[in-house]
Design a binder for this molecule. Structure first.
Ligand SMILES: Nc1nc2c(ncn2[C@@H]2O[C@H](COP(=O)(O)OP(=O)(O)OP(=O)(O)O)[C@@H](O)[C@H]2O)c(=O)[nH]1
Ligand SMILES: [Mg+2]
Length: 319
């Protein structure tokens, strides 16, 4: 005796509750297998309904995929701006780049990750605002899993905390990121520092200094910043650059110094620069002349294996 069709319909619905994607599809397939194979009548209707569900689930899966939050990487590094709603993330993004983005004096102005390019010492770096991380995000509350997924792909994190915020919302965000197991080079930007009465609860330090970090129990760089203060923005840019762990190397040809530097991993040698200039040059390069922090004196002659420093000017020499 097959299960009465009304009971079957109820059981089927119950088994599908909360299931999406491949899990939902395999459940529907199992149900179809259990359904008596009548061509007409209520069982045939149930079969039609289940087959329809199969299609709808597949379509939803595709839409979800197309809509996924992945941010296409651009620039030498990708830096995520993370913080509670209304912390001033969008305002910072706007002040540091030339994009126009909605900012507002209320929570959840931004609903999806927004990327923008900023130029730091001649190198393009991508900033991405990660909006709406709320308590429970690591358990997917508020679509948290996808947002944290974007964060996981970033190279470093700028945590944004409003100078006069005493709500504890910032600590919630830090805890969510920690609970998701995400650890990246990071700093704290104390935003809206023009509004801080004194130095504020979070701003009790000067630009670039390290403060004790409650979350990691280590120390973290804290940079007070206001979108109204260009110097503070410039300090933040430099602090972000430090997070990337990259060095800028300016190629020199004859008397001309390129104002667009190469962004190279720390520890990069003259041979790496030669390869960036031209693959062929990597072979024929015999060394370089170097100006800057890694040189003992201006224009020092060094070998291919010489390790360069941030800001160095390099003239590659060849056979
Ligand atoms: N005085 C002052 N106000 C600021 C500063 N930065 C942001 N604000 C204000 O703070 C409010 C929130 O700014 P948003 O940039 O929208 O904040 P958000 O973090 O992107 O907010 P959500 O997208 O909603 O999560 C806006 O009213 C901004 O004008 C600042 O440096 N100084
Ligand atoms: Mg925003």
């Amino acid at each position: 005796m097959p299960m009465p069709h009304r009971t079957f319909a109820e059981v089927a619905k119950r088994r599908l509750v909360g299931k999406e994607g491949s899990e939902r599809i395999s459940t529907i397939r199992a149900l179809l297998g259990e359904l008596p194979g009548y061509r007409n009548g209520p069982y045939a209707d149930l079969r039609k309904w289940l087959e329809g569900e199969l299609d709808r689930t597949r379509v939803r899966g595709k839409v979800l995929h197309r809509d996924s939050l992945q941010v296409r990487r651009e620039g030498a590094a990708q830096i995520a701006l993370v913080g509670p709603p209304n912390a001033g993330k969008s305002s910072l993004l706007q002040a540091l780049s030339d994009i126009q983005i909605k900012t507002g004096d209320y929570a959840f102005t931004t609903l999806r990750p927004v990327p923008a390019l900023t130029r730091i010492g001649g190198v393009l770096v991508q900033l991405v605002e990660i909006p709406g991380l709320i308590e429970g995000a690591h358990e997917d509350r508020g679509g948290g899993r996808a947002l944290l997924g974007v964060l996981r792909n970033a190279d470093a994190i700028v945590y944004c905390r409003a100078a006069n915020d005493t709500t504890g919302a910032f600590d919630v965000v830090r805890a969510e990121v920690a609970a998701a197991g995400i650890e990246k080079p990071s700093l704290v930007a104390v935003t809206k520092s023009d509004e801080a009465d004194d130095l504020g609860p979070a701003g009790a330090s000067v630009a670039g200094t390290r403060a004790r970090d409650e979350q990691s129990r280590a120390s973290i760089v804290v940079v007070p910043v206001s979108v109204l203060d260009d110097e503070s923005l410039e300090r933040l840019r430099e602090a972000i650059w430090e997070l990337t762990g990259l060095i800028r190397v300016f190629p020199r040809r004859g008397d001309e110094i390129d104002d667009e530097p190469f962004a190279l991993p720390a520890g990069a040698t003259v041979a790496v620069v030669a390869d960036r200039v031209h693959h062929e040059l990597a072979e024929t390069c015999t060394g370089a002349r170097v100006w800057g922090a890694s040189a003992r004196f201006a224009g020092q002659r060094v070998g291919r294996g010489h390790v360069l420093a941030d800001g160095d000017v390099v003239e590659v020499l060849r056979r």
